[in-house]
Design a protein around this ligand. Structure first.
Ligand SMILES: Nc1ncnc2c1ncn2[C@@H]1O[C@H](COP(=O)(O)OP(=O)(O)OP(=O)(O)O)[C@@H](O)[C@H]1O
Length: 288
């Protein structure tokens, strides 16, 4: 399988905070999910790989190019698409104008060819009909699709998506997932998300980060399997549980070390994720 991104020993400190702590990874075509609690270092990793900030240590290549050199960095920037956590829209731009502006920044200099490319990516995200509308008039889901269209300009070989489904209602999220799945056909996508369903539905591989380090790297099925035999139902809160919550039926669902004779339940990817964080000494939602 082709390696699109190869990184070894990436580190980045902000004062005393190790935002990235010796991160090594290899990314191949398809969608790889990046899960982790707030402050885990996900955005920092994406920003480093997208060449938006340099790492303090370590090295990486994207599509065979070394972003450590000026020429390599320029080539990587031409060939990657990046949807940041807060896309910097100009609200008075129309969808077309915004994507066209990004296309200019990506050095698509021929006006006719560039406009064809802008129409192509807007069509790909189902926004052809509103391309003349101002961004401030579009719904949150549509804006996110404009940002995805901008990231897709120039058919990048590596696509970096930072929490793209945040704030979307379930229907919009489902639609956005379809677009991500489409974008991941034959292309390498790194998707940072807090939604374990995004990973379960879209990803061939998942990385779990906490405290700046990768704590798990495998398939979604392998992450789920980590919770096999460690999820159970009980009538009250179980003291042996690492995490437990009351379900809609009134019983408690627990993850951790079940007592003898516990009523074991089928594990989900979220259970595997919670236990991975716990094994790493991190509680979900709290950085190490
Ligand atoms: N520019 C910065 N200056 C100082 N500290 C920073 C900066 N950017 C990130 N950090 C710190 O680095 C750590 C990792 O942050 P990062 O934003 O990468 O986490 P994250 O996993 O993306 O979190 P979230 O899910 O909340 O977006 C955090 O402790 C954060 O406070």
């Amino acid at each position: 399988m082709t390696t699109t991104v190869s990184a070894s020993g990436l580190s980045l400190r902000y004062g005393a905070t190790r935002a990235l702590d010796d991160v090594s990874l290899r990314l191949t075509p398809g969608v790889t999910g990046l899960l982790g609690p707030n402050g885990a270092g996900k955005t920092t990793l994406l920003r480093v790989l997208a060449t938006a900030v340099p790492a303090d240590g370590g090295a990486f290549t994207v599509l065979g190019q070394d972003p450590g050199t000026a020429a390599g960095r320029q080539e990587v920037r031409r060939r990657l698409g990046y949807l940041p956590q807060t896309p910097g829209f100009h609200p008075d731009f129309t969808a077309f104008e915004f994507v066209d502006y990004v296309a200019i920044l990506k050095e698509l200099t021929d006006r006719g060819a560039r406009h064809r490319e802008v129409r192509r990516v807007l069509d790909q995200v189902d926004l052809s009909e509103v391309r003349g509308k101002r961004i401030r008039k579009l719904s949150g889901g549509m804006r996110q699709r404009v940002a995805l269209a901008a990231a897709l300009v120039g058919d990048p070989g590596f696509l970096v998506l930072d929490e793209p489904t945040v704030g979307l209602d379930p229907e919009q999220r489902m639609r956005f997932r379809e677009l991500i799945a489409q974008a991941g056909e034959g292309r390498t996508v790194l998707l940072s998300t807090h939604q374990t369903e995004d990973v379960a539905m879209l990803c061939h591989r998942v990385l779990v980060m906490a405290g700046g380090a990768i704590r798990f790297d495998g398939t979604p099925a392998e992450l789920t399997a980590r919770a096999a035999g460690r999820v159970w139902n009980s009538t009250g809160r179980d003291p042996g549980a690492k995490a437990g919550w009351r379900t809609g039926t009134g019983s408690f669902r627990n993850v951790g070390n079940p007592p003898e004779g516990a009523d074991l339940a089928e594990p989900t990817l979220e259970d595997g994720y919670l236990l991975t964080l716990d094994d790493a000494g991190v509680r979900a939602g709290v950085a190490a």
